[in-house]
Ligand binder design. Structure first.
Ligand code: PPE
Length: 305
């Protein structure tokens, strides 16, 4: 998906013109993958652009950094304000937001201890991640031949840039085989998540989603969907899922900031009823919640000013 440039990018405290947001080719993180990032969306609301669960995303960025032993040179409050300033500077009613913290230029070698930590925040318009009709028609999934990285290799709890080697290998494999997205199994053979989304599977009328222990990111959309589903009277919880659970699912959907709520219509060519009734109910409600159209969740809708 080509990037549409916007006015400004926040870099280490300053809003700089888009084309001037450059780094040196010997930037540490480019070589070793020790960076942490976030994916956030701002939505158009009746009161201007609102950033969905901004505080939770920035707090997760700090937890990701903590896991890597990376000390961010800002406070949570400073990066919340910087994100709001960046979105406001674009003038867009809604956008995708990408904060990233990385070890900068000046040191080489695997020791990150002497490295500087740089932070930037960019935003641009980004449409439906898995297609415009992903909620109604669903996407085709393939179980990846790549195993999800493990807690003692690349901690999945940290949204680390280098972790996405695993996701990209799986994504490209799935696309080349004619599918839309891949599902990753962990070393125990249980479902963890997709390349950029958490997964929900309906079995016996109940929704199940794998937890962090299965190798999934602690998704903020996953957390939102659990609360929304429960408020709608749908039974949902964390649990183990096998490959067979996927093949006989009553319905299935994947969730993430970029993908929002997207239905799954098949896994390895086994058809899944689409759109499932719970999927549709939750997907439509999520669309209202992020736009500030349901007051129950107004604390999640953080206005830029
Ligand atoms: N798992 C992974 C591996 C993941 O990357 C994401 C977000 C999620 C789950 C869902 O997390 P959350 O956004 O908090 O609900 N993926 C981001 C990046 C996608 C990309 O292509 O880049 C996103 O959705 O912004």
């Amino acid at each position: 998906m080509p990037i549409t440039p916007t006015e400004k990018i926040w870099m280490n405290g300053d809003l700089v013109p888009w084309d001037e947001a450059r780094i040196h080719v010997l930037t540490h993180t480019l070589h070793y993958g020790m960076g942490v990032f976030e994916g956030i969306r701002a939505y158009e609301t009746a009161n201007g652009p609102a950033i969905f669960r901004l505080t939770d995303h920035i707090e997760r960025l700090f937890r990701s950094a903590q896991i890597l032993g990376m000390e961010l040179p800002y406070t949570v409050e400073e990066l919340i304000q910087a994100t709001k300033d960046t979105v406001a500077a674009t003038g867009l009613p809604g956008c995708y937001i990408r904060p990233i913290a990385y070890f900068g230029y000046g040191e080489m070698g695997l020791n990150t201890l002497p490295c500087s930590v740089d932070v930037s925040i960019a935003c641009w318009p980004w449409g439906a991640y898995l297609g415009d009709d992903a909620l109604t028609k669903g996407v085709r999934m393939k179980i990846s031949s790549w195993t999800r990285h493990d807690h003692n290799t690349m901690p999945p709890a940290s949204k680390t840039t280098g972790n996405y080697v695993n996701s990209s290998l799986a994504k490209v494999e799935a696309l080349k085989a004619g599918y839309d997205e891949a599902i990753m199994l962990n070393r125990a053979g249980l479902v963890s998540e997709c390349t950029g989304e958490n997964i929900f599977v309906a079995r016996h009328g109940r929704l199940i989603t794998p937890a962090l222990s299965a190798g999934a990111l602690e998704g903020i959309t996953q957390d939102s969907v659990i609360r929304i589903a429960r408020d709608l009277g749908i039974e949902v919880g964390f649990g183990d899922l096998t490959r067979s659970d996927l093949y006989v699912a009553e319905e299935m959907f994947v969730v993430g900031t970029a993908a929002e709520v997207s239905a799954v219509n098949s896994v390895d060519d086994r058809t899944i009823p689409t759109p499932g009734p719970m999927t549709q109910l939750i997907g439509e409600e999520y669309g209202r919640v992020v736009r500030g159209q349901n007051d129950t969740y107004k604390d999640w809708v953080e206005l830029c000013q």
